[in-house]
Design a binder for this molecule. Sequence first.
Ligand SMILES: Cc1cc2nc3c(=O)[nH]c(=O)nc-3n(C[C@H](O)[C@H](O)[C@H](O)COP(=O)(O)O)c2cc1C
Length: 148
Amino acid sequence: MKALLIFDSYFGNTKMIAETIAKELGKDTKAISVSDFNMKELEGVDLLVAGSPIIGWKPSEKMGNFLTSIGRDQLKGLKAATFDTRVKIFHGDAAKKISQKLIEAGAEIVGKPQAFFVKGKEGPLVDGEIEKAIKWAKSIKIKTEQND
Ligand SMILES: Cc1cc2nc3c(=O)[nH]c(=O)nc-3n(C[C@H](O)[C@H](O)[C@H](O)COP(=O)(O)O)c2cc1C
């Protein structure tokens, strides 16, 4: 299975989760900043995973720009999963919003959008979140391979 992780990250927490997931998904997977994404990156990819910090109740600006840049049906045939990082005391959602946009672009979502928590806005990640990311990665890998 070939996967691509695209993420945005200001303080490194989302990047750390993205790289953990990428490692778990196997050697054919790479994690890149969403600003380096272009459609060519999707060649041969079975699963796209997108992750962003929640910034003001929604995905970050760069993730938002990516989501508005992809047209209807452009991700048809692709499986996708999404996650966000967030501070517990705040509200809002990015993972679900990213999933909704990817569905509009034709992707099929595998696994439920997942939140990972940071202790403060600059982090670090709450204890246990790396292990949670490994578990989530295993589950989306199984779901992607089952549906092949
Ligand atoms: C300007 C700003 C707005 C934020 N808004 C929210 C928010 O609405 N909800 C939330 O849970 N966390 C919010 N946060 C916390 C971020 O989600 C947290 O800093 C982020 O998960 C860290 O990820 P990163 O290290 O990858 O940048 C905000 C952080 C910043 C800097």
